[in-house]
Design a protein around this ligand. Structure first.
Ligand code: C5P
Length: 412
């Protein structure tokens, strides 16, 4: 009855090994053995379907903790999922089937393993294994994208022999590879931006005209916040320089450093300062192109329409590119309404950025104030990548995936 009383602190990292019902379940035995050899405390949780492929007895012979299958199997432990979820330092699911992935992405908790996945703040590593046709299904890939942008780690399956004599992508990653990644996660790895400092700007700047009026634009800051959220979940240390106050998910809000700014000048000072130690700078803010010296007192209607003496603001992005350190990745945004492709390609060159995220602001459902976005990603020397209409979080994942690739190129 190990859960009836508070357990002593585990001397070694506590790993919940989830096993879903696929033929690769037999390899989970090897994963378990290797995890034990590496000194981890391992609590296996099998889905009911997994027990059709492998016997719980085999796991209990090798594990350090009791093997569990059902939510209701032990009357002394009415809430095994929360105990397991809270105690885990890491949950590894190997193999993760299409059905397990879908349940997790949807937030379903209809067996002990999926309920434990819902009841944890620990990192989760999914090791999918399935037939190639299933692996390539948009449903599976979209569920995995959803989970990835929520910070779930996915160890992609390999190519090789599958059940029924087929060959293709979908074979569970080698147990050795799984255990090696477990070691990195236990040591602090949280995703491809772990150890990276990412500066993101968000929202439209506001240039005061007088004490009550401002010159601004319709940028809501949603795309910048989505980038901050996803970058943090991919392991980055994030600084968000923003003109708007939006809500971040609770776990992310604890980790993202927020720098509130209002004007283009304030945004410039804060961004250049933060960028000096950043690996990545993403200028998602809609910066005013013109500013003015504000009137000290409220302009009177009776005095007639004022003449606003506008002066251009310095281009922060150009300055960032000029000052950037070796290997730093700089990303710009371009909101266009005419000749989108030609203007964007010219801007990629003139700004000198590594990646330009292009919006056609006239597209319904894209750009300012929208929850969704449709963008084109431009990098020098590569064909443009069209990102179809999707949530701003999903767009953020695509942008950050490109950033990860650019960082890797820079490191070569
Ligand atoms: O030239 P344009 O304003 O279209 O470029 C947009 C990109 O340049 C955005 O990434 C925006 O954040 C950045 N920008 C800037 N400083 C300005 C104006 C825009 O960094 N003064």
């Amino acid at each position: 009855m190990p859960f009836a009383t508070p357990e002593p602190a585990s001397p070694s990292p506590y790993i919940v090994l989830g096993v879903a019902g696929g033929i690769a379940a037999y390899k989970a035995i090897d994963v378990l053995r290797r995890l034990r050899d590496a000194g981890y405390t391992v609590a296996p949780v099998l889905t009911p379907d997994a027990t059709r492929f492998v016997g719980p007895l085999t796991f209990s012979a090798l594990a350090s903790e009791p093997v569990r299958v059902g939510l209701y199997e032990d009357p002394h432990v009415p809430i095994p999922h929360t105990r397991l979820g809270q105690r885990a330092d890491l949950i590894v699911v190997a193999p993760a089937t299409a059905h397990l992935i879908a349940r997790f992405a949807m937030g379903l908790a209809d067996d002990l393993l999926s309920a434990t996945l819902m009841a944890t703040n620990a990192p989760v590593l999914l090791c999918p294994a399935m037939h190639t046709e299933m692996w390539e299904q948009p449903a599976v890939q979209e569920n995995l994208a959803t989970l990835r942008r929520r910070g779930v780690l996915v160890l992609e399956p390999e190519e090789g022999h599958l059940a029924g004599g087929d060959v293709g992508t979908g074979r569970l990653a080698e147990p050795e590879t799984i255990v090696e990644l477990v070691g990195r996660i236990v040591a602090g790895y949280r995703g491809p931006l772990t150890g990276r400092r990412v500066v993101i700007t968000a929202g439209g700047t506001r240039e005061p005209i007088d004490p009550v009026r401002v010159l601004t634009n319709r940028s809501s800051g949603r795309q910048g916040y989505a980038l901050a959220e996803v970058a943090s979940r991919l392991g980055a240390e994030v600084i968000l320089i923003t003109t708007t106050d939006r809500t971040l998910a609770i776990d992310v809000a604890r980790r993202v450093g927020i720098v509130p700014v209002t004007t283009a000048d304030e945004l410039r000072v804060a961004t250049l300062d933060a960028a000096s130690t950043a690996d990545v700078v993403i200028m998602a803010a809609a910066v005013a192109d013109f500013t003015l010296a504000p009137a000290p007192n409220k302009l009177k209607k009776a005095d007639g329409p004022p003449t606003l003496a506008l002066t251009p603001t310095p281009d922060i992005l150009t300055e960032l590119v000029r000052r950037r350190s070796a290997g730093q990745v700089v990303v710009g945004f371009a909101a266009e309404s005419t000749d989108v492709v030609a203007n964007a390609e010219a801007k990629l060159i003139s700004k000198g950025v590594d990646l330009l995220v292009v919006n056609d602001v006239l597209t319904p459902g894209a750009g300012f104030e929208s929850d969704t976005n449709e963008v084109r990603l431009l990098t020098r020397g590569q064909a443009p990548q069209e990102i179809s209409m999707r949530s701003k979080e999903d767009v953020a994942l695509e942008v950050l995936t490109r950033v990860v690739a650019l960082l890797a190129q820079g490191a070569q």
